[in-house]
Design a protein around this ligand. Structure first.
Ligand SMILES: [Fe+2]
Length: 354
C-alpha cells in the first residue's frame, strides 16, 4: 500500500528523514510505502545514508510504520545487522529465559505479560501532568542496556508491538554528549579516568539491595560486575559522553565509582546521583510517545534511556528488542567478552531467580 500523497516531494527513493525535535537529538525515518519487503530493500540499498543520518542525529532514530515485522520477526534481525557486526543472541548473554522470544534467539521480549512479567517503574509524583517529570530521581530506572557486560552492547533497536494509551509507557532518552559538554571544564577533567562499576540488578548489589541488606549472590567469574569508563569516546563521532546507569544497575558494595568511597551514602554514590540529576534535566531529554509499529534505534554509547510508568493492571505493553555490538570503541579494543563462561558452566548458573 502506498501513501495517498504519492506526489509528496519529501520522498526520494521511497524514504525521507526529518528532525525529531529542535535540539538536534534524533531523526525520524519515514517510507513512502509500508510494504516490509520494500522497506528492507531500502535499508539494504541505502544503509550508508541511513547510518549517516543516525549518527548525525546523535544516535537516535525513530522509524515509522514497521507493523509488518510482527508477522516476520526475522526482519527485525535483518534490519539490526545494518547497525553493528553482531546481533546478539540472548541465549548466550546474561539474560533470564523469561525474556526469550519463542522462535528468534536474537529478540528479547519486554512485557508485563507472562512469562516475561517485566513491570514498569512506580508511578512518579506528577505523572499525567504536563510536562512529564523526567528528571532523576523523580523518574527512576535511567540506564544503558546490559552495561554489566564488557564490552557492552553498542545499539538497541526497540519495536512497539502492543502499547498502553498515550501518556503512559513512554521511553525517555537523555543526550549524554550534551550533558557532559555542559559541565564545567574542571568537572569534566575530574571525571576523566574514573570508572563506574556496573552490575546486574538481581545480584544483591544495587543501592536498594544494599540498603535492605539483601543477600548477595555468589557469582561465577563471567557474572562479575564490570568497570566501564565514566566518560566514553564515541568510536564513530569521536565525541565524549557520560556513561552511567542508575542505582539499580550499579554495584553499591564495591562502588558505584571505583576508587571513591563505596556504598549508598559514599562519595561515589553522591557523584553518581549528581551526574544522573544533571544528565536527565529537560534540556537533554527527549520523550518518545510510542505509536504502533514504531522502531526506535538508540545508541547506548552516548544515550541514557528509561521506560516510564503505565497501568500494568489495565494494559499490556509488549516490545521486541535487539542489541548489536562490534564497535565499543578504543577503550575496549581486542577485549574478550566477559560474560562467556570459560569453564563450561551455564551462563546463568545460580541466577535462576533473575
Ligand atoms: Fe533498556
Amino acid at each position: 500500500m502506498s501513501r495517498q500523497d504519492s506526489d509528496d516531494t519529501r520522498f526520494h527513493d521511497g524514504f525521507c528523514f526529518r528532525p525529531l525535535g529542535s535540539s538536534g537529538l534524533g531523526a525520524v525515518l519515514e517510507f513512502q510505502s509500508n510494504d516490509l519487503d520494500t522497506i528492507l530493500a531500502i535499508f539494504r540499498d541505502h544503509a550508508e545514508t541511513i547510518l549517516g543520518y543516525f549518527y548525525a542525529a546523535r544516535g537516535l532514530m525513530v522509524v515509522k510504520e514497521l507493523q509488518g515485522i510482527r508477522d516476520d520477526p526475522q526482519a527485525l534481525v535483518e534490519l539490526s545487522r545494518h547497525f553493528g557486526s553482531e546481533v546478539e543472541n540472548y541465549h548466550q548473554t546474561l539474560t533470564s529465559p523469561r525474556f526469550f522470544h519463542d522462535s528468534v534467539d536474537e529478540i528479547l521480549i519486554l512485557s508485563n505479560a507472562q512469562p516475561c512479567n517485566h513491570l514498569p517503574p512506580p508511578r512518579p509524583v506528577g505523572h499525567g501532568s504536563i510536562p512529564l517529570r523526567t528528571r532523576f530521581p523523580d523518574q527512576v530506572n535511567w540506564h544503558t542496556d546490559q552495561s554489566y557486560r564488557r564490552p557492552p552492547p553498542d545499539i538497541t533497536l526497540l519495536l512497539a508491538i502492543e502499547l498502553p494509551p498515550r501518556d503512559q509507557g513512554q521511553t525517555l532518552f537523555a543526550d549524554c554528549v550534551a550533558a557532559l559538554s555542559a559541565l564545567a571544564p574542571e568537572r569534566q577533567k575530574m571525571l576523566q579516568g574514573l570508572q563506574g562499576i556496573h552490575a546486574p540488578s538481581w545480584i544483591g548489589r544495587s543501592r536498594e539491595a544494599v540498603e535492605m541488606g539483601d543477600r548477595q549472590l555468589d557469582l561465577l567469574p563471567h557474572q562479575s560486575p564490570q568497570q566501564q569508563p565514566l566518560v566514553r569516546k564515541h568510536p564513530v563521532s569521536g565525541e565524549k559522553s557520560l556513561y552511567i546507569c542508575e542505582e539499580k544497575q550499579m554495584d553499591f558494595v564495591d562502588g558505584p565509582i571505583a576508587g571513591l568511597e563505596s556504598g549508598p551514602q559514599g562519595e561515589g554514590a553522591k557523584l553518581l546521583r549528581e551526574l544522573l540529576r544533571h544528565a536527565t534535566c529537560d534540556e537533554f531529554v527527549y520523550v518518545h510517545e510510542w505509536e504502533s509499529g514504531d522502531l526506535v534505534i538508540a545508541d547506548n554509547r552516548n544515550l541514557l534511556h528509561c521506560a516510564t510508568w503505565y497501568d500494568a493492571t489495565q494494559y499490556i505493553r509488549l516490545m521486541w528488542r535487539t542489541t548489536v555490538m562490534g564497535n565499543a570503541g578504543e577503550e575496549y579494543a581486542s577485549e574478550e567478552k566477559t560474560w562467556i563462561p570459560r569453564d563450561g558452566s551455564d551462563v546463568m548458573a545460580g541466577m535462576e531467580n533473575a
